[in-house]
Every structure is written in structure tokens, then in C-alpha cells.
Design a binder for this molecule. Sequence first.
Ligand SMILES: Nc1nc2c(ncn2[C@@H]2O[C@H](COP(=O)(O)OP(=O)(O)OP(=O)(O)O)[C@@H](O)[C@H]2O)c(=O)[nH]1
Length: 388
Amino acid sequence: MQLDILTLLVMTAVNLLMVSAALPVIMGPRISVAARCAQLSLLAQSIAWWAVIAAGHGYELVMMTLAVGFTCISQWLMLRALGGWLGHRPGERWLRALVVLAPLGYLIGGSFNGVFRSGWGNACVALAMLIVARGTLMPLRQSTRPWRWLLFGCMLVMAGLVVARGVMGTFFSESYLSFQTPQAVNLAMAAGANLSLVLVTVAILVAWREEAEGKLRTMAMTDGLTGLFNRRGWTDRAEAMFANAQRYQQPLTMIMLDLDHFKRINDTHGHEVGDQALKLFARLLRETRRTGDLVGRLGGEEFCIVLSNTHKSASTGFDQRLRGRLREVAHKELGFTMDFSAGVAVLKDGDATLAGLLARADLALYQAKNSGRGRMVMSEGGLGATVI
Ligand SMILES: Nc1nc2c(ncn2[C@@H]2O[C@H](COP(=O)(O)OP(=O)(O)OP(=O)(O)O)[C@@H](O)[C@H]2O)c(=O)[nH]1
């Protein structure tokens, strides 16, 4: 069977165009910047291949310049997609430079010398692909994601074929210069582009699904109103802190906090103002804690903070700072003052579970409420407590 290069090129361009049209339909309109960049990357690749096809019918230099430019744009967009999914990837500045310099050099240099065109164009495209290939793996964090290897393989194979084309065109024969001459390397490249499109599309869809799963996981662990951890998210992390503190015999302090007469705020000012008050309290909790402390909204107007590596005495300072800020900021932003009750429990040798520590903090909170509110009560283990 004879492989017709033009048919292969048209198939590649049509396939890319179809995938670029299908992905937005599958993914829907509300997607992340990363997913959008991946979609646009395939579209840019499709435009590049159409320019390659058009180059065989006239305006060759201009069309091939467009092809080089859009290929570099496509690689830049792919690296941005990777950055969104995997965290910052190195090389974006290089790719931005290539987006400008690759087509510019191709157009200017190519007007004088065909061999330069081949060397420059292929070198720039290969470099862009290698930067993306590196970005799929480096830094190697979260390397367990198999789709990264899929993308890496595709990029590496394509970069290899581009280098082969460049070397042939620059050093061996001018017949390699045109994409549409039926040379083995041109056929391999068009076929490789087709195959890698399938694999790259799979990789993009898996990355997008992982992103959606991650978002769902975060939503399941987060309180929608305040942005703090909800009971489930807080408990997950608090269990880990508890186990760590026990293993390394480090101090750990837990403070349960409950806004006083919150029902009155809702009744007097309305539910929306009540929500604002909860958000404000959550914000102040975030601002008052130290890095490493764990804050969560356990339900209604009840919050909890775990102070890591902290002795009993530090909880008094935390309570005073928070109480002072709450009075001042609530008055300024909501027009009324707010206060809270707090119950403190400190990790002891005999504490076997997080639930036990939580129960002691809860009991101390109950005593703070019963002894007049607007205060902190320190659990002394068992049923004993000290009002502060
Ligand atoms: N606005 C708003 N109110 C909430 C939310 N969650 C719970 N509440 C309200 O919080 C109020 C809690 O009332 P109570 O349990 O009687 O507590 P309290 O009025 O603060 O009284 P003490 O805790 O004893 O000082 C209820 O009216 C709930 O409807 C919420 O997300 N937004």
C-alpha cells in the first residue's frame, strides 16, 4: 500500500480540527484555564497543518512561516495547560520567545536561503517540543500520573522526527525541504502526528478528569460559606496532626469556638447579615492563626482550631487577640459587636483519640457558655475546668 503524503497531511489537519471542535463540546463551557489552553493548543496545531497543506499551493514561504509560528504557539499553550494541572513548569519564557523569533527568523532568513529555513524552522519547533516534553515530567512531583508519560512520549517522538527532517533538509538533500515530497521522514512525521494526536487527546481528557475529581474532593472538604475546612476536611487533617503530636511527643492544643447569641444576629439583622458575620469570624480566625494551625467550621456557628506545637499558655494569647479583633472589626464592618465562647483542651499522655480531645474541648466550651459566655474555659482533663 502506498501512503500518499498529501492525504496523510489532510487527515492530520482534519483530525486535529475535529478534536478541537469536539473537546469544547465534551468539556462544556465552564472549564479551567488549563483545559482551555489544551483545547487551543490542538486548534493551533490544526492551523499549522492547514498552513503546511496550503504551502503546496502557493505563497509557500508565508504559509510555512505561519506553520512554524502556530506550532510554537501550540507548544506554548500546551505548557500553560501543564502549568495549570501540575503547577509551574519551567521554560515558558523560552516558548514565548520562540513564538516570536521562530517565525520571524524563518521569514527573514528563509527569504535568502532555503537551507537556513530548514535548519532554523525545524530546530525551533524541535526545541519547543522538547521544552514541553521536559515540562510533562519536571519537576517530578506527582509523577504517578500516567498521562504525563503518554504526553512525554508523544512529544519526544515528534521532536525526534522534526530533528530528523531538519538534519536531512539542512545537510543532505534539498528535496527534504518541502513537506509534500514523499520522503520517508515526511511520511513518518505526518503519520506520527496522527497517532500522537490520539494519545495526546487521551492524555488531555484524563488530566481534565483528574482536575474535575480534585475539585470535587476539595468541595467535599470545604465549607462553601467561609472557605474553611468543613467537619470532614478538618477531621482528616486534625487526625494527622494528632497522630504526629503523639508520635513525636509534641504539644497540641485544641480550641472549640462558638459565637454567642448568634440566633439573635440572624433574627435582628437577617440571615444574610448572619452569613456575613460567619464569614468575618472565619476571616479573623485565618488572620489570627499561625502557619501550621488548622481551622475548620464544624457546623453552624461552631468553629475549631488546632494549634500545633503549642502549649496551654499560648491559647490564652490567641483567645485575647481574636476576641479583641472581633469586637473591633465587627463593629466597624457590620455595625454591631460580636463575641464568642471558647473551650480549650491540651493533648495529654493518656489521650488515645482525637475524638476524646475534641470531647474535652467541647465540654469546656459548654462550661464557658453556662458560666456567662464571652470567655474561654480551659479543660483540666476529666470534668474539671478553669474559667479564664
Ligand atoms: N446566617 C446563618 N445562620 C446559621 C448558619 N448555620 C446556623 N445558623 C444559625 O445559627 C443559630 C444558632 O443558634 P443557637 O444554637 O441557639 O446558638 P446561639 O444563638 O449562638 O446561642 P449560644 O450559642 O447559646 O450563645 C441558629 O439560628 C441557626 O439557624 C448559617 O450558615 N448562616
